[in-house]
Design a protein around this ligand. Structure first.
Ligand code: ZN
Length: 274
């Protein structure tokens, strides 16, 4: 491998590293990929003791990654507002980042593999777009309320190189609504079937553990027109070998006396339908 190729590979790896979120274990993540919000479960290290790692969306249009709480505020409207405001405040920044992304990786690849590539204009474009990202991030910082502003220290570190500047929007989405509950975030952002499954999961977990935010979740379910019976509905059977299911994650089991170890040893329930 030539020196230039190694350098390009190093830039790709460094960029992936810049896109990594290190989060507390009690964090869930919603991420927008191609205009759709979905739940992404962070990878929890050290046998569940943390920290949790989540990878931000790496390709343009640089979809936002929003950390929220596993158990937090159930204010759905607050999530909708906070995200809409952050999306609006970072629109120029994300556009500049997308151009910088193309300049670094498209232009960089051209410089490495094509002898005729105009090196100086590509480098100038990268430098200019880098400055544009820094300026746009300062604009975005002015546009969001005080509580959502990234600290200067984080902002300066992210502005320090063109590769880290590609992830400047992460700083804003990280602080958009960290105390919001994952269920509220899904109801606010995700398509109805994803939100419905998130709500069912949260209700099942709260009901099974006997504590947690069950009344708040039930109120939320009623507010959003989901009937309480959704918890008692059996999942569809995959085949005759499925005899039982986990009441929380709905995984199928071939034995009625099994326990689901994904859900902390919860006893499975036999299918009523045959
Ligand atoms: Zn389970």
């Amino acid at each position: 491998m030539r020196e230039a190729e190694l350098l390009f590979l190093a830039a790709v790896l460094l960029y992936i590293y810049e896109g990594l979120f290190v989060l507390p274990t009690s964090t869930a993540v919603v991420q927008r990929v191609w205009r759709r919000w979905k739940r992404v479960d962070p990878l929890v290290l050290r046998g569940g003791r943390g920290p949790a790692l989540a990878l931000g969306a790496l390709l343009p249009p640089l979809g936002p990654t929003v950390p929220v709480a596993v158990m937090g505020s159930h204010d759905v409207a607050a999530v909708t507002d906070a995200i809409a405001l952050t999306v609006r405040a970072t629109r120029h920044l994300r556009f500049a980042e997308s151009l910088l992304f193309i300049a670094i990786f498209g232009g960089g690849a051209a410089m490495v593999w094509f002898d005729q590539a105009p090196d100086v204009p590509i480098l100038l474009a990268i430098a200019w777009l880098w400055v544009l990202c820094v300026a746009s991030s300062l604009d975005a910082r002015r546009e969001v309320p005080e509580t959502q502003r990234p600290p200067w220290k984080d902002l300066i570190i992210a502005c320090a190189s063109p590769l880290s500047a590609l992830r400047l929007h992460d700083l804003f989405f990280k602080r958009a609504c960290p105390d919001a509950d994952i269920t509220a975030a899904l109801l606010a952002l995700a398509p109805p079937h994803v939100a419905r499954e998130g709500l069912r999961l949260a209700l099942a977990k709260a009901r099974y553990s006997g504590d947690g935010p069950l009344p708040a979740l039930e109120t939320m379910a009623a507010d959003w027109g989901y009937d309480a019976g959704m918890l008692d509905a059996e999942p569809e059977r995959g085949g005759p070998e499925d005899l039982a299911f986990c009441p929380i994650c709905l995984a199928a089991f071939s034995r009625v006396d099994a326990r689901c170890n994904t859900c902390h040893d919860v006893a499975v329930r036999a299918f009523k339908t045959t």
